[in-house]
Design a protein around this ligand. Structure first.
Ligand code: NAD
Length: 273
């Protein structure tokens, strides 16, 4: 699906003039979101881990492809001080921050009794506390302008649980709660806050699991996809980063001004069970 909004000389892309910051946007869903926002005309600040030359290439490619300003912050989302510097430098460089997408996230799978406490702390810091820090630091500038769009990438695991994912499920349920609080507190200033709750999305990370799982279970790739990864996903297909990007761009637009405090599943029916 092509989510780039082309101009025909009469229409301006819907996010032209806006500045967006997407955490964890050097790969996967975050990069798909950055692409969709840039395609809709927003200047984008990328963030995330990655080799310097690869990040520089991603940044240049986006800027060239969409003709928008693209920046990058290497801030570690587990470090509140670094998060503060990222928001500060974004505001300094662009003079505004209209669209904040909290997407950075990590996972660890283990039974509760064996769940390493340091993994719990890391997942809560990156998947939940980072959003608390970005939101509290971005809100004043959004309130001043009377416009803001905060989009938190939660998960189907923000709405339902699976075994062995204690920290991830706790953090994702937490971010759905944080979304509602931010929506209520900022509602009168033209600011919305919503959570997107994807089921399985096809990313390089997911692709990397397929062959390993096939080997471990002694089954085919197709069986892994259908019976292991997509066991809970009734439509038996992965969501795509383009689908998540398109929804994010819509939520970031003027057209979504009345949608706030929601947790929107993009999960092929998983949470309808
Ligand atoms: P990914 O591993 O491809 O991307 C994660 C991004 O977060 C990367 O850019 C990485 O560099 C960044 N990141 C990790 N630790 C960081 C840190 N300490 N500081 C800054 N950046 C950091 O994963 P993804 O599948 O694209 O996941 C993105 C988000 O979507 C996550 O929050 C994840 O929980 C959520 N999600 C993914 C799926 C899925 O099926 N892929 C489903 C539901 C929700």
């Amino acid at each position: 699906m092509n989510i780039q909004l082309k101009t025909d000389g009469k229409h301006t892309p819907m996010l032209t003039g806006k500045v967006a910051l997407v955490t964890g946007s050097t790969s996967g869903i975050g990069l798909g979101i950055a692409r969709a926002l840039a395609g809709a005309g927003a200047a984008v600040v990328l963030n995330g881990l990655g080799a310097a030359d690869e990040v520089a290439k991603t940044k240049d490619d986006l800027a060239r492809e969409y003709g928008v300003k693209v920046g990058y912050s290497p801030a570690d989302m587990s470090k509140p001080k670094a998060i503060g510097e990222m928001i500060g430098s974004t505001l300094l460089e662009h003079g505004r921050l209209d669209i904040l997408v909290n997407n950075a996230g990590v996972q660890h799978v283990a039974p509760l009794e064996q769940f390493p406490p340091e993994k719990w702390d890391q997942i809560l810091a990156i998947n939940l506390s980072s959003a608390f820090h970005t939101i509290r630091l971005a809100l004043p500038a959004m309130r001043e302008r009377g416009y803001g769009r905060i989009i938190n990438i939660a998960s189907a695991h923000g709405l339902v649980a699976s075994p062995f994912k204690a920290a991830y499920v706790a953090a994702k349920h937490g971010i759905v709660g944080l979304t509602k609080v931010a929506a209520l507190e900022a509602a009168e200033q033209g600011i919305t806050c919503n959570a997107i709750c994807p089921g399985y999305v096809y990313t390089p990370l997911v692709e990397a699991q397929i062959d390993g799982q096939a080997k471990a279970h002694g089954i085919s790739r197709d069986q892994v996809i259908r019976d292991v990864l997509l066991a809970q996903q009734p439509n038996k297909r992965f969501a795509t980063v383009e689908e998540i990007g398109a929804l994010t761009a819509f939520l970031a637009s003027e057209a979504a001004a009345s949608i706030t405090g929601t947790a929107l599943p993009v999960d092929g029916g998983w949470t309808a069970h």
